[in-house]
Design a protein around this ligand. Structure first.
Ligand SMILES: Cc1cc2nc3c(=O)[nH]c(=O)nc-3n(C[C@H](O)[C@H](O)[C@H](O)COP(=O)(O)OP(=O)(O)OC[C@H]3O[C@@H](n4cnc5c(N)ncnc54)[C@H](O)[C@@H]3O)c2cc1C
Length: 365
């Protein structure tokens, strides 16, 4: 179903959404109605209880259609993840359950202008005030920030303790003092919207804090360990699309009296792509499967994210090369893939950060 949805509903319009930077709200509504957006919500909270492995299979297909669409569809999982991982039953009922029955967006608010890879250095504060907290700060590059009805926000409850002083909060959009900035004009994945989200004297009750004070960093990292498998699956979808376009073009384009794909220099590129796609998918599924078994998957999700994101970039670049001059033109599908793929090496931990995690989990242990 996800593949059919990508082929019939996403691909025919993806070029237009990319060109005009359109957030395809009606498409997302259809995806929600088909259960493609929030299937990961456990059945007891009204969802379908899809496993992480199910979600990865679904993500690959949607991203094969358009990775910008996949990024925005995936963002609810990232934002609701901390609640599912660290929330109480009541918090899950109040803050997760509505997403199973109503078409809504949530955003994960960690990154700030001064704290990207070094997420522990965030400057947003949550000041104790009576029976609640008052939040102040600015988050940037927030996926679906403009459209979200709920934010999962990481803020410092004790700046003297660095990353150990961070706490996580759920903030409904309608809370006074919450606003979103202008939508960013991005290189790729232009069907997904990204913006600042600002918090000015935003009051939330203690009931909106996830876990204990000081557990925010741990909650964010556990969520991201989970979510990285989803980004890796998106990267596999982009690489697969690049491979399919390049293989098809290589068979058809004749130069020097034969299809260009008959040249070893070209079919070696395609053979490497096909091999790496298989490897990336298996790394991704292993990371997802470990998560589904309740096992720690920090190392495996970084293996998958680094390998798959770098592959997506390499495959898209090689696909442009195989298309030659036509690959550089917007009339052909591969230049979009090259712009879209770049983001996969940046968000949810850059490719460098994945290697730092892998090194910490292996040789520096
Ligand atoms: C389109 C988009 C959507 C996003 N969506 C969200 C979202 O929904 N929620 C959210 O919270 N964030 C989101 N982000 C933020 C994203 O996760 C960060 O951009 C990313 O973590 C990198 O942070 P940075 O941009 O500040 O780069 P920096 O951390 O400044 O890094 C710059 C460069 O330095 C490298 N670098 C940094 N430290 C080291 C080191 N110690 N060793 C080696 N190299 C290093 C990095 O790898 C990178 O190449 C999004 C970003 C984008 C672009």
């Amino acid at each position: 179903m996800a593949h059919k949805f990508a082929a019939n509903e996403i691909r025919p319009r993806a070029v237009e959404w990319d060109r005009d930077s359109v957030f395809p709200l009606e498409l997302f509504r259809k995806a929600f109605d088909l259960g493609l957006m929030t299937g990961f919500i456990p059945e007891i909270y009204g969802g379908q209880g899809l496993t992480m492995l199910d979600t990865c299979i679904l993500e690959e297909e949607i991203s094969w259609g358009c990775s910008g669409v996949a990024t925005s569809m995936n963002a609810n999982g990232l934002a609701l993840g901390p609640i599912l991982l660290a929330g109480t039953g009541e918090q899950k009922r109040v803050f997760v359950q509505p997403f199973a029955t109503e078409f809504r967006f949530a955003s994960f608010c960690l990154t700030e202008p001064g704290a990207g890879s070094d997420a522990g250095g965030i400057a947003t504060t949550a000041r104790r005030d009576g029976d609640g907290y008052v939040l102040n700060g600015r988050k940037c590059f927030i996926t679906n920030g403009v459209h979200a009805s709920q934010y999962t926000v990481f803020a410092s409850t004790d700046r003297s303790r660095g990353h150990k002083g961070l706490s996580a909060f759920v903030v409904p959009r309608e809370t006074p003092g919450v606003s979103s900035g202008k939508k960013e004009d991005k290189m790729g994945q232009r069907a997904s919207e990204t913006s600042d989200v600002l918090f000015e004297e935003v009051r939330v009750p203690e009931a909106n804090r996830l876990g204990a004070e000081g557990e925010g960093f741990k909650i964010a990292m556990r969520t991201i360990d989970y979510a990285r498998a989803g980004v890796a699956a998106m990267a596999v979808g982009v690489a697969r699309a690049a491979y399919e376009h390049a293989a098809e073009y290589g068979r058809q384009r004749v130069q020097f009296g034969q299809p260009i794909a008959m040249n070893q220099a070209i079919y070696f590129l395609l053979a490497d792509m096909a091999t790496d796609i298989e490897a990336a998918r298996l790394l991704t599924w292993k990371a997802a499967w470990l998560a589904d078994q309740g096992k720690r998957n920090t190392k495996e999700s970084s293996f998958a994210k680094a390998f798959a994101a770098d592959l997506a970039m390499r495959a898209a670049t090689d696909a442009v090369q195989i298309f030659g001059g036509y690959g550089y033109m917007k009339d052909y599908p591969v230049e979009k893939l090259m712009r879209d793929a770049k983001l996969l090496q940046i968000f949810e931990g850059t490719s460098q950060i994945q290697r730092m995690v892998i090194a910490k989990e292996t040789l520096l242990r």
